[in-house]
Design a protein around this ligand. Structure first.
Ligand code: PLP
Length: 376
């Protein structure tokens, strides 16, 4: 059997071990230290805005802290893009609040500004004003930043920007991760860069960053003994993991280029196929890191389905996966309100994510082509 080709696997740049070695040499084996500080400032420089970064143990932890910092409590409602990974929505429930799911629009596959506004108006009328909006840049594709911001500002609701999949993506030349009132990043094993596990909260002010670090380190008040006036969490990033992150930052742009080349590879491959569309930017305002390349299959034109492609790839030990199943269709969220039509649902039914890693070799691409060519 050929070795497995993954959707997206870790791709080390080379210097990661040096930073980890340094952590050992200096005995900084802790959830703080020079790599944590260094990784934060690398990210701040990369994002190239006035934003501040708090390195955390995961993107999920960052979302949880964002909700806490926006004062989300039991009984509140929070709007969340329905088509996303469950980690976008779960922290709403950790706070005892209710997620209100909103459909996608077909251009970026992200939260639809029209349904968003409809949801806000209806919640205000029927229940209460939502406390926050969680908008996601799926697969690295920026959501409609200006349109979503306009709606959020009109109703004075803060945006939590879930940029877990979109480090290095840009909208109108500005970096994803800098559009939220609070924003989050993820460095899980399958993301565009990895610290093996990790995440970050991006804030507008230093005071907000300090608050996030305070909450992430058990909310210890300033006292010689352990003194607490708030509930804290153990959410800080380890200095070992941050060392991997520092090495990864050195190759981030090069790896994005390789992911974009994978997108081009599939665009060329499917160029002549009537009924298969490769997900790509809807206009020049958008620049995706193409974390994952996705296709949609119109089986009435092709004569075969996305699922048939997936099964064929699987037979040859090549991983592919349906698109994110919308949260409003998940059993665990079946009682949550939903606003929208069937855009996300249709994408889920007809879409497929293809192997997109920056570390795929020519032989891997040849194996992918040989399986896919039976469909071309
Ligand atoms: C990966 C991911 C997260 C969660 O990040 P973790 O670091 O795995 O906790 C949140 N939202 C989206 C859209 C993701 O893809």
């Amino acid at each position: 059997m050929n070795s497995k080709i993954y959707l997206s696997s870790p791709h080390m740049g080379g210097r990661e071990r040096d930073f980890v070695q340094q952590a050992f040499d200096t005995n900084w084996i802790a959830p703080l230290g020079p790599n944590v500080t260094g990784f934060e400032s690398d990210l701040e420089q990369y994002l190239n805005s006035e934003r501040h970064v708090a390195a955390l143990s995961s993107g999920t932890a960052a979302l949880h802290l964002a909700l806490i910092m926006l004062g989300v409590k039991a009984g509140d409602e929070v709007i969340c893009q329905s088509m996303t990974f469950s980690a976008s929505a779960n922290p709403i429930v950790y706070q005892g609040a209710t997620p209100v799911f909103v459909d996608s629009e077909p251009e970026t596959w992200n939260i639809c500004p029209n349904h968003l506004e409809r949801a806000i108006r209806d919640r205000i009328e029927k229940s209460k004003k939502p406390k926050a909006i969680i908008a996601v840049h799926l697969y690295g594709m920026p959501y409609k930043v200006d349109e979503i911001r306009a709606v959020a500002d009109q109703y004075e609701i803060p945006i939590i920007e879930d940029s877990a999949e979109a480090l290095g993506s840009k909208y109108k030349g500005m970096n994803c991760g800098t559009f939220g009132d609070l924003s989050i990043l993820s460095f899980n094993g399958n993301k565009i860069i990895t610290t093996s596990g990790g995440g970050a909260l991006v804030t507008k002010t230093l005071a907000e960053k300090n608050k996030a670090v305070f909450l992430a380190t058990q909310a210890r008040d300033d006292a010689p003994h352990y003194q607490h006036s708030e509930i804290g969490y153990n959410y800080r990033l380890s200095n070992i993991c941050a060392g991997i992150g520092r090495g990864q930052m050195q190759v981030l742009d090069a790896h994005i280029e390789l992911r974009r080349q994978m997108n081009q590879f599939y665009t060329d491959l499917f160029a002549e196929v009537d009924g298969i569309e490769v997900f790509s930017e809807p206009g020049s305002d958008y620049r995706s890191n193409h974390w994952l390349t996705c296709i949609t299959v119109n089986s009435s034109k092709t004569g075969y389905s996305a699922e048939e492609i997936r099964l064929s790839l699987e037979k040859y030990n090549i991983e592919s996966r349906p698109l994110w199943k919308p949260m409003h269709l998940q059993p665990v969220f079946k009682n949550s309100p939903y606003y929208g039509e069937k855009i996300a649902e249709e994408l889920f039914l007809h879409g497929l994510c293809l192997p997109s890693g920056s570390n795929l070799k020519d032989v891997d691409k040849q194996r992918i082509v040989s399986v896919l060519s039976q469909f071309l």
